[in-house]
Write a protein that binds this ligand. Sequence first.
Ligand code: NCD
Length: 367
Amino acid sequence: MHTHDSERDHAAFKHLVRCKFLTTELIADILRESALMARVLNFRNDPGIVDYRQRVRQTFWDNGITVASLFYEESLRTRWSHERAAHALGASVISTENAAKFSSAAKGESLEHAIQVISGLHCPSEGYADIVVMRHPTEGAAKRAMKFCGVPLINAGDGIGEHPTQAILDLFAIERKLGRIQDFTIALIGDLLNSRTIHSLVYLLAKYPGVKIYLVSDPRFSIKHDLREYLVRNHVWFAEKNRPEDFREVMAIADVVYMTRVQKNRFDMNDEAEAARYREIRGVYIVGRELADAMKAGSFLLHPMPIETDNTEGFPPEIMTEVDDHPHAYYFQQAGGGIPTRMAIIKMLLENWGRIERIAPPERAAA
Ligand code: NCD
């Protein structure tokens, strides 16, 4: 039986489970391929990409590539952008949006057993899928699944653990808008403890020279200890800002402001102490038009989305709707980048397994 060693598999880019072990060379390749995939999506206006698009779609189709999207936890963007990416590549998709309820997990089946069957670990030509995109409520679930997965596994979020494809699309957005992914200042704001997008993004940001990271949160919701140690060990410039008044100050000096949602779904709202903790921080970090106006010229606002607009406690959204059409708002465009980045990731993983042949980019790919 072929099982996997996590660090080696990350270096060889056989799975995408955590960001820590990705090299900057590999990330550069993913971003380059993503830019190409953005052109593929825009093929009607880009004659230079038509032949490449045709070759990609032909390869996926001829090999009968099937992408499984296996979601044990709620999602809109992550699931659909992977599925849209698969379709745009010429792959088929099999999907369950509520695996916790509608898969045999509800009958007590283990994740390990399900993954072995789906990925055809014991009978490779009779697996259900050539690549698995999985979201799960438990931290570490993706790493567990990877060990029993006979095809590439993409972690689409494991509890409060990581969300690597989100961090890659975040970098893609920064590169597109800022023109570089080094030598800039970023403010990460909100629930830094429970936000898996933050964890993955910090691991990526730490790899680039000249990135200054402001971590703005209530002290009870600051980044996890191991992540802080990682930043220290790697000599990354970072500053933790825990007073509410720091918020405005940092917003005005950052090139990139990355807001997060207070991860209400990770709180037990039936527990009075936890619910009180939620209420204490929920209203502190809110960006309205006035704060958006105070942002530095050329800077922009990111958010992994969803923004919590409907809130039974009566709190405003963490980015108020009035900011949506502000010149500094870039979160809708950021989300759009989810499709080309996921196309790139799916294609590269399948190439690395030899499941499809490498498809040469068009000449002058960056044209
Ligand atoms: C994020 C997630 O699921 O972690 N959503 C997403 O995938 N874009 C962020 C969040 O839910 O706050």
